[in-house]
Write a protein that binds this ligand. Sequence first.
Ligand code: SAM
Length: 195
Amino acid sequence: MISTIILFILFIVVVSTTLWLFLVSFSLWQSSNQKTFYVSTPKHIAQKMLETLDAQKGRNLIDLGAGDGSILRLSAQKHETTSVGYEITMWPYLSSILKNYLFKKNNPQLKNLVQMHYSPALDADVSEADYIFLYTSPEFNQKLAYKLKRELPTYSRIVSLTFPLPDWTAEEEITIGDYTYWLYLKAHNESERSL
Ligand SMILES: C[S@@+](CC[C@H](N)C(=O)[O-])C[C@H]1O[C@@H](n2cnc3c(N)ncnc32)[C@H](O)[C@@H]1O
């Protein structure tokens, strides 16, 4: 009987370790292909960025490359925005599912505000986005810059951490310790484009 229990425990340990190793290696492989790795924005910087966006209750925030969805939960909790994230790396996406589940359980009044998609950011519907949150890479920002110019409504505001948006003129550049981010207004860049 004892040997059966030991065998069963060993089986569970081996299966879960194999699954974990597979998920981590698969996610590392995905990240190296994308050249944008999963790193979370520190909470105090994210809070400042949401203040810079002037995030307001009932408005829509989209995080393009949302990682574990921490920005979505923070924005929903502090500003009551509708918060949608797009992520294509398996590990942070699965982590977002678990964290969103716990968040919704602990904050039932906010449960409809947070949503994650396992889907490429370039396919995101941003046509009604009030706020865009970015922390990606120079290569990916280049692609997003074009998409956002074409698809965002005029009232949208964007913050981008560490990497500026090519071909966009920043409204503000803000540095806090080792971190720099930029604020962009679609309206400002649209009027520039039509000059
Ligand atoms: C630096 S992390 C930022 C995570 C989160 N936004 C934050 O600030 O804490 C960038 C994320 O973008 C994701 N990513 C990269 N390319 C993507 C794409 N084409 N579509 C969706 N997500 C992507 C990566 O997997 C990574 O998790």
